[in-house]
Design a protein. Structure first.
Length: 235
């Protein structure tokens, strides 16, 4: 992979972390939608016995939930590094190989499309092939392996598909492309700093401290009184 593509992928991954962190930093305690029943149910086994442990869990859940959902779009952006944008409905990118256009729909993983969407994507890609005689349509999945491809994809996606390592090798023309992207992700994990120079963990810890102070003012530090206030003010 050339250096230009490596830097673009690195930037995409860094931007993803900065954006997710910015979303967390805007949170107030009211944004966390506290479910007192769930917290009480998990309190013993999860060690949720004081303000800090509760807030850490709430922030972690919010960060992880949003991160998993949003990362699919990030993988699709990385895939576009290897192709060209296209106005063809149903295709996220276009590759020109051996004189033929390849229209590619990109999804993050092997279980991310419902039946109706799989059918619609197939119809659109077939229409693109009709309009551009000789074009090739492809459904690509950024992670997973052939054994993990859902029955919906197998049954209702009626164009060829590639998943995981094979998909990245097709996009890039390099068999070890997936390993290179994986290595870049590891590098970003170690080197990431937010605009204030903080690591991801340092920034999240500061937000937890801020929300913990707010939590204590509203509900107390620990004990029966904290749990009583949690229920009273959230039910």
């Amino acid at each position: 992979m050339d250096q230009s593509r490596r830097e673009r992928i690195r930037q995409i991954l860094e931007d993803f972390l900065r954006y997710r962190l910015a979303r967390i930093e805007r949170l107030s305690l009211d944004d966390l939608d506290i479910n007192p029943f769930l917290l009480r149910l998990l309190s013993h086994e999860m060690g949720l016995n004081d303000a800090r442990s509760v807030v850490e869990w709430l922030v972690s859940q919010r960060f992880e939930r949003g991160t998993v959902t949003a990362f699919g779009g990030t993988l699709e952006k990385i895939a576009r590094v290897f192709g060209e944008t296209t106005g063809v409905e149903g295709a996220d990118l276009m590759l020109a190989r051996e004189g033929r256009h390849h229209y590619v729909q990109v999804k993050s993983g092997p279980n991310t499309v419902p039946k109706d969407l799989a059918t619609k994507i197939s119809e659109l890609l077939h229409s693109a092939q009709v309009r551009n005689f000789g074009a090739v349509a492809l459904f690509g999945m950024c992670y997973g392996n052939p054994t993990r491809v859902s029955s919906i994809v197998r049954r209702y996606v009626t164009v060829p598909y590639k998943v995981g390592r094979d998909f990245w090798a097709f996009l890039s023309g390099e068999e070890n492309c997936v390993d290179q992207i994986y290595a870049i992700a590891a590098e970003v994990s170690e080197s990431f700093r937010d605009p204030k120079g903080r690591s991801l963990k340092e920034a999240l810890d500061e937000k937890v401290n801020e929300l913990c102070d707010e939590f204590i003012r509203r509900y107390g530090q620990t004990g029966p009184e904290m749990w009583e206030k949690l229920l009273r003010e959230n039910s």
